[in-house]
Write a protein that binds this ligand. Structure first.
Ligand code: GN1
Ligand code: MG
Length: 342
């Protein structure tokens, strides 16, 4: 490992001494390391080429958006440039990026106070990107949040999967088939382009937000999915994890509880800043953002389970089914009829 890390660092520094290398966990997709050196602490990340097929599009999106945020003094992780002025290097056919390590802590769920601040930070992030020229962004993963397409792929997978896994997941499959109609109105509005396309993060789970020692959110990380999309996906994704009393891997469903006061605080925080730019249709549909993402994420986890776990890494055989169940538990607890803040 040290030899590889040293090879990567050599692309970025003329001279540097490694003191310690530690794996960083949190993300499901990329491999991430914390490296302590005599020049400071850095985060090294290997971009997953099995998942991201258009790495150059992804790297260009990241570079432009980070430059934009920095110009506006909006807090963001900063990517180091190689000696050849690229924001990545290729070693043994793998793409690596280095960012400066931001002293921070990770959280996996929020309380009311932090939720308000985090909702507000997300609105500020969206606001800071309002004047980014959206046409300059590549669609690095087509249909990433196309729930309709993901749902029809899931239905197709159900017809091909092994009968063993189909039987084990029968209840969850049935539930998804019966409940698509609940989120369909928003899915259609997005696909008909009635909901504005904006520059958004697309993967705002709370693990992708850094917090300081006083629990204040500092910035978003993991810009791999930065693309044109809907703010509703970002709101829903942050709440999917933030308003869960446990986490997406929890086996004991009694611990997976939808915290509606956290939900309300986050949305209040978001709207406290977003009033100036949120459109009528976004506002009208904001209450569907969370169930939309819960449904989509359950579909993705369950589809992967039925495909024998080729996308999300698993530590044990049924983990993607467990993940599906946590998403569905929250979906079931969500009250579609409640007014937004009670
Ligand atoms: C993946 O990379 P990471 O762990 O932040 C996934 C997200 C899912 C999330 C579920 C590119 O995010 O879409 O919501 O896992 N990223 C990609 O935890 O598929
Ligand atoms: Mg990621």
């Amino acid at each position: 490992m040290e030899k590889l890390v040293s090879e990567i660092l050599k692309q970025f520094f003329v001279e540097i001494q490694i003191k310690e290398i530690k794996p960083l966990s949190g993300g499901l997709i990329n491999e991430t390391l914390l490296v302590k050196t005599d020049k400071g602490e850095f985060v090294l990340q290997k971009i997953n080429q099995k998942i991201f097929h258009n790495i150059h599009a992804l790297l260009e999106n990241k570079k432009k958006v980070v430059r934009h945020l920095k110009r506006k003094n909006f807090p963001t992780a900063n990517f180091l440039e190689t000696l050849g002025h690229e924001n990545f290097c290729i070693i043994n056919a793998n793409y690596w990026q280095i960012s400066e390590f931001i002293p921070s802590k990770n959280m996996h769920q929020l309380n009311e106070k932090i939720a308000f601040k985090t909702g507000k930070l997300l609105a500020e992030f969206h606001h800071a990107l309002l004047d980014f020229p959206i046409n300059e962004l590549h669609c690095s993963i087509p249909d990433f949040h196309n729930t309709e397409k993901r749902f029809s792929q899931f239905i197709e997978t159900c017809s091909k999967a092994s009968s063993e896994r189909i039987d084990i997941a029968a209840e969850e499959i049935e539930f998804l088939k019966e409940n698509y109609n609940k989120i369909e109105p928003l899915v259609s509005a997005i696909n008909r382009k009635e909901v504005p396309l904006r520059v958004v993060h697309n993967d705002t789970k709370v693990a992708n937000i850094l917090f300081d020692n006083n629990d204040n959110p500092i910035c978003f990380i993991d810009f791999d999915t930065l693309m044109p999309g809907s703010i509703l996906h970002d709101i829903g994704d942050a709440l999917r994890s933030g308003a869960n009393a446990s986490n997406e891997n929890e086996k004991d469903l009694n611990k997976v509880i939808f915290k509606k006061e956290v939900y309300a605080a986050f949305i209040k925080g978001y709207l406290s800043f977003a009033k100036s730019f949120i459109s009528e249709i976004e506002l009208k549909n904001i209450h569907l953002a969370l169930p939309l993402i819960l449904f989509e994420q359950a579909t993705r986890f369950l589809e992967d389970y039925l495909k024998n776990d080729t996308y999300y890494p698993v530590d044990y055989a049924d983990q993607n089914l467990v993940r599906t169940k946590t998403q569905l538990k929250l979906f079931k607890e969500f009250n579609f009829n409640a007014s937004l803040f009670n």
